[in-house]
Write a protein that binds this ligand. Structure first.
Ligand SMILES: *[C@@H]1O[C@H](CO)[C@@H](O)[C@H](O)[C@H]1NC(C)=O
Ligand SMILES: *[C@@H]1O[C@H](CO)[C@@H](O)[C@H](O)[C@H]1NC(C)=O
Ligand SMILES: *[C@@H]1O[C@H](CO)[C@@H](O)[C@H](O)[C@H]1NC(C)=O
Ligand SMILES: *[C@@H]1O[C@H](CO)[C@@H](O)[C@H](O)[C@H]1NC(C)=O
Ligand SMILES: *[C@@H]1O[C@H](CO)[C@@H](O)[C@H](O)[C@H]1NC(C)=O
Ligand SMILES: [Cu+2]
Length: 622
């Protein structure tokens, strides 16, 4: 008998009662009401009193429980609520790229990465945990603070390298802190530590994740919240709402299949879909004897009637495009990625992998009811179970019966972000109408002579070398790599602005992510670009844009951030299979950086580690 089930049977009554103290949080009420069988999302059984203890589903994380704290407007708020750490800067009057504050305040975190066993949806699984938590700890800072994270790699059985990436931050003047192995650092070897230190240079909602192979699909990710000026008022910040497709096999086995020669395994199907790391699973589907418990438990939230609640949606999954909604409530979208926008209302928002959307929801429902929060995997993605559910309780709701609310009708027929015409940045910036250089990239997918499926950009599939990070080489003046075409380096020299036209003739949707910048998204659509720009005076900016199948995106950046910046599809399996380029920006300036000694030391440590243990690099490395 597994430890999991011993724990489960002996502790369910005691731990659950003690740790979650259900009598404190759930009023005593009558048995569950009849199930609404007309609703396809209805759960087969619903009894919060038999949910697994949070420690078994999510380790040391309390995200998704009613004990999870709401978030402040900003950290260290004193009695003068208008005494902002960012001074008089507002969302309206401040260019975040040129006028960000420097507070001098350091926010320090200590992250220990280890393997552990949990059951987020009731299915027992070995994962990688940060400080014992799934999802990982929430990083919080004020705009302009310095974030320091000391990362300890204690992954054993087997050992693996690792590296953490702080998604969406610009890392201006600190490109080596961006956390991408083979590009900006060597991986942190087992038994070693690396301290990252970088500025919270943008504000809003984001996340961090391992960029080592598809490790984050094995658990290594968490939310990152940076408090800054408000563009739309709200009363209560409910915090991060992570939407993640979830796979029961080990990430390593999935990548081996993706990178293998069996076409049936090139596109793994997720087993489940989680909100804040939780969902139920139908354990009758488990045929290999893995311990599994039905009715493991859902994430829960509370609405205060009449108040405006901010929810910070984050698609931190591996593959799936998500449609998010709350029954009976409309969403006011106030930011996409790290970019505040002119608010607009919608019933359902779409998030591709890596994208964030901040929404405000006014609690105008029935105070005696609870409502389903839903995130649904789109049909362009691959899953056995598309529907993630969580519950939003009003104060007088019956906590022991499931919501009876019905879903909004999803009229979205394509896998695409909301139209560029509805997403207008709050602080307007006009991109250069005639960029200094234009790079056209065409995505391809091929099966090579030995039967392996590869994704390509302009015909070349990326493969990195963990021992030779491109940025560190460029820092020593070694910035041309004719011998390594598979490094996919696009050297843009001293060009002041760069436009990318990306054509996607394939039948797959690709959420394209550029590091080190918010991209101006000039246009997107199906077919090929007609040369027009949407909102040319003030186009949408963000760091991930969904590229539709048989479609295109046109994006542009100001080349104001010397570095080597990954530009890739954020689908874990696609970047593993090479859908990735390096944008080398201002190589002459890269030579002037004084990169901390710890980066060279990490490379020496990695070389020593790989000298003894041959690392089986099964994919592009990223
Ligand atoms: C759970 O899976 C089993 C096996 O496929 C199936 O027979 C059953 O209907 C499923 N239960 C629900 C509630 O979907
Ligand atoms: C969804 O559409 C159906 C059919 O058009 C309609 O009867 C139903 O009221 C709609 N539901 C909602 C929540 O709008
Ligand atoms: C095909 O790609 C795989 C994965 O990158 C590689 O291991 C293999 O050598 C390639 N085959 C040929 C013939 O290039
Ligand atoms: C640049 O670095 C690569 C990888 O370490 C090495 O093979 C190459 O010889 C270097 N080139 C120069 C000019 O030093
Ligand atoms: C501008 O970028 C192109 C590549 O897109 C490069 O060929 C050219 O040399 C660059 N020009 C300058 C002035 O660096
Ligand atoms: Cu892709």
């Amino acid at each position: 008998m597994s430890l999991f089930f011993i724990l489960q049977s002996s502790l369910i009554a005691t731990i659950y009662a003690a740790a979650l103290n259900p009598t404190n949080i759930r009023p005593n009420t009558s048995p569950a009401s009849p199930v609404d069988t007309s609703d396809p999302f209805t759960l087969s059984s619903f009894n919060p009193n038999t949910w697994l203890p949070q420690s078994l589903t999510n380790g040391a994380s309390i995200l998704g429980t009613l004990q999870a704290p709401t978030l402040p407007y900003f950290l260290d708020q004193n009695s003068n609520a208008n005494n902002f750490p960012w001074g008089s800067r507002t969302a309206q009057n401040t260019n975040p790229y040129t006028q960000s504050p420097t507070t001098g305040q350091v926010r320090s975190y200590d992250f220990t990465i280890k393997r552990g066993t949990i059951a987020p949806d009731g299915y027992q699984k070995d994962v990688m945990l940060i400080n014992g938590q799934f999802p990982g700890p929430t990083i919080e800072a004020n705009w302009g603070d310095t974030i320091e994270v000391n990362v300890h790699n204690e992954v054993t059985g087997p050992e693996e390298g690792t590296a953490l990436h702080w998604h969406g931050l610009l890392q201006k003047d600190t490109p080596w802190e961006d956390g991408v192995p083979a590009v900006e650092q060597c991986p942190i070897p087992p038994g070693k530590s690396l301290q990252y230190s970088f500025k919270a240079d943008l504000y809003g909602t984001s996340w961090y994740h391992s960029h080592y192979s598809a490790q984050y699909a094995g658990g290594l990710f968490g939310p990152m919240i940076i408090y800054g000026p408000e563009n739309v008022k709200y009363d209560i910040d409910l915090g991060p709402v992570l939407l993640t497709d979830y796979f029961h096999p080990q990430y390593y086995d999935l990548v081996e299949n993706v990178m293998g020669t069996n076409p049936a395994l090139f596109t793994p199907k997720s087993d489940n879909n989680l909100i804040n790391g939780k969902m139920n699973y139908n354990c009758s589907l488990v045929t290999d004897g893995t311990p599994c418990q039905d009715n493991a438990g859902l994430s829960t939230f509370r609405f205060v009637p009449g108040k405006k609640h901010r929810l910070r949606l984050i698609n931190a999954g591996a593959e799936a495009l998500q449609y998010f909604s709350i029954d009976g409530h409309t969403l006011t979208v106030i930011a996409n990625d790290f970019v505040p926008i002119q608010p607009y209302q919608t019933e359902i928002v779409t998030l591709g992998i890596g994208q964030r959307t901040d929404v405000i929801v006014e609690a105008n429902g029935n105070v005696k009811e609870s409502y389903w929060m839903r995130s649904t995997i789109a049909s362009c993605s691959f899953t056995y179970q598309p529907d993630a559910l969580a519950i939003v309780y009003y104060p007088q709701a019956n906590y022991n019966s499931q919501p009876t609310s019905t879903a909004w009708n999803n009229t979205k027929t394509t896998c695409a972000n909301d139209p560029l015409t509805s997403t207008t940045p709050y602080f307007p910036i006009t991109p250069a109408p005639n960029p200094a250089t234009t790079i056209t990239l065409t995505i391809g997918s091929t099966i090579n002579a030995t039967g392996h499926k590869l994704w390509t950009m302009n015909g070349e599939s990326y493969r990195g070398d963990y021992n030779a990070p491109v940025l560190l080489l460029a820092n020593t003046g070694n910035d041309s790599y004719p011998y390594s075409p598979e490094w996919n380096v696009y050297n843009t020299g001293s060009n002041s602005s760069i436009r990318f036209i990306i054509n996607n003739p394939t039948g797959a949707v690709h959420p394209m992510h550029l590091h080190g910048h918010n991209m101006f998204v000039l246009n997107e659509g199906v077919g090929t670009w007609d040369g027009t720009v949407v909102n040319p005076q003030n186009p949408q900016r963000r760091d991930v844009q969904v590229l539709q199948k048989q479609g295109y995106i046109v994006v542009q950046i100001d080349a104001d951030n010397p570095g080597v910046w990954p530009f890739h599809c954020h689908i874990a399996w696609h970047v593993s299979a090479g859908l990735y380029i390096n944008v080398m920006e201002r190589p002459k300036d890269i030579r002037n950086y004084d990169i901390p000694q710890a980066w060279a030391q990490t490379c020496r440590d990695w070389a020593a580690f790989t000298g003894q243990d041959v690392v089986d690099q099964i994919d592009s490395g990223l």
